[in-house]
Design a protein around this ligand. Structure first.
Ligand code: ATP
Ligand code: MG
Length: 226
């Protein structure tokens, strides 16, 4: 992790020194230097935010604010920030909800949103086909629902599959690619899902794609309990 912090820091110092030394002589060059500093600082801020959330969740410093929310409404709210990204990269997004209409989840909306962002963000990040596809499927499982997110991306080697939920783990191919990341996303997701009484697992075929499934609790309907 120190490496992930040092790399952008070294770049920031280098570019700032460049400006001080007058290397960024033209407005174009100056713009490039300052944008790079800005981007590297953003990378560092993301990393520090993820680290701090990770520590808070593990040290139980964060209380979950759980409440009821209707599934379709919740999903469309989660997706509203993501859909533009998907469109601009020509990724087809499919959604299917097979749970009885009006069913509510009992979740901390903000925390579960992070899980959606990470899992869909990964699907998006590791798509290597010209025509990307992400399929979000909700299935009924009695007291729980299964959320399954399938992509047609790079896939994950069999021997690496059990490791992706471990903190800081990134597969060989993603470490070697340009995609940024800390390897904390799925570790955080796993902890959040388990703190909701759910499970999370992955299935994948190298070269073909990946399916991440996690379960979430339904809100118990008081009327039906009698
Ligand atoms: P972060 O989410 O912290 O920014 P990250 O995306 O690298 O970084 P995780 O979300 O924890 O970390 O995922 C761990 C690793 O699992 C990734 O680095 C990648 O190698 C692999 N992985 C996860 N999801 C997919 C996917 N949909 N397709 C291919 N590889 C994946
Ligand atoms: Mg991730």
């Amino acid at each position: 992790i120190t490496h992930d912090l040092k790399t952008p820091l070294t770049a920031i110092r280098g570019y700032a020194q460049g400006i001080l030394d007058g290397v960024a002589a033209t407005p174009d060059r100056m713009n490039k230097y300052i944008s790079t500093i800005r981007n590297k600082a953003d990378d560092m801020a993301n990393l520090v935010n993820e680290l701090s959330l990770f520590a808070q969740i593990y040290n139980k410093e964060i209380e979950y604010k759980k409440g009821g929310v209707e599934i379709d409404e919740y999903i469309s709210r989660c997706m509203s920030n993501l859909s533009l990204d998907l469109e601009t990269r020509k990724i087809d997004f499919l959604y299917r909800n097979d749970v009885e209409k009006g069913t509510c989840l009992y979740i901390d909306e903000e925390k579960i949103k992070r899980v959606f962002y990470n899992v869909i963000g990964n699907a998006y990040k590791y798509i290597d086909k010209d025509l990307g596809m992400i399929f979000l499927h909700i299935e009924d499982a009695g007291k729980m629902v299964w959320v399954r997110i399938t992509d047609n991306g790079s896939g994950i080697e069999k021997d690496e599959l059990p490791l992706i939920f471990e903190r800081f783990y990134r597969t060989d191919s993603s470490r070697n690619s340009k995609t940024g990341g800390t390897g904390l996303g799925l570790a955080i997701a796993k902890k959040i899902i388990e703190d909701h009484g759910g499970q999370i697992y992955a299935e994948s075929e190298k070269g073909k794609g990946t399916k991440i499934s996690f379960s979430l609790p339904k809100k118990v309907d008081e009327k039906k309990k009698i």
